[in-house]
Write a protein that binds this ligand. Structure first.
Ligand code: ADP
Length: 164
């Protein structure tokens, strides 16, 4: 049985991520989406919020697991008893970092392979940071993110209006 981990920050999940999730779901027998809780970066959405939005956005995929993790990716992959790491490649700018990461992970755990899915051209320009920027300036994010994320952005806006 082939078990794969698709790791990321997903702050928040975009339609580009969802495309990679759906395609990798069709490749592996069991897909785990690993949501990184990185103490070095302050995310817009807490790890619990990110997990919740991902669960909502993937509810039509039976058996998919959305699991938060901290620390070394390869440790998480071992804990999940997975054989594969899946990453998405958007542009050449992603390549250098991804190459380094996959080679390091392979050195740390030779039994785990990393595979890359190239982004759907429709979403190649899309990133969580762009989406956050659009939302911060009051723009409409609904064509870039699943509905659960648009709702969460609206909720955040309401809360910050109340605070003012
Ligand atoms: P990280 O901070 O680990 O890069 P992200 O949440 O930004 O986490 O991205 C997780 C993975 O999804 C990465 O492999 C990234 O290249 C990929 N990805 C991000 N945006 C897109 C997109 N629009 N299309 C395809 N893959 C994407």
């Amino acid at each position: 049985m082939l078990r794969g981990v698709y790791p990321g920050s997903f702050d928040p999940v975009t339609l580009g991520h969802l495309d990679i999730i759906r395609r990798s779901y069709n490749i592996v027998d069991e897909l785990i989406v690993g949501v990184l809780n990185n103490n070095a970066k302050i995310p817009l959405f807490s790890v619990q919020e990110r997990v919740k939005m991902l669960k909502e956005a993937t509810k039509e995929l039976p058996g998919i697991k959305i699991v938060p993790f901290e620390g070394l990716l390869i440790e998480f992959v071992r804990q999940m008893d997975a054989q594969l790491v899946i990453r998405g490649l958007r542009a050449i700018t992603d390549f250098e970092y991804e190459l380094q990461m996959s080679q390091t992970n392979h050195k740390l755990e030779p039994s785990v392979e990393t595979i890359f899915l190239t982004t759907n051209v429709e979403y190649s320009y899309l990133s969580s940071s762009t989406v956050k920027e659009i939302a911060a300036f009051g723009g409409d994010t609904s064509q870039f993110v699943p509905e659960a994320v648009t709702l969460a952005f609206n909720q955040k806006k309401k809360e910050s209006n109340k605070d003012e």
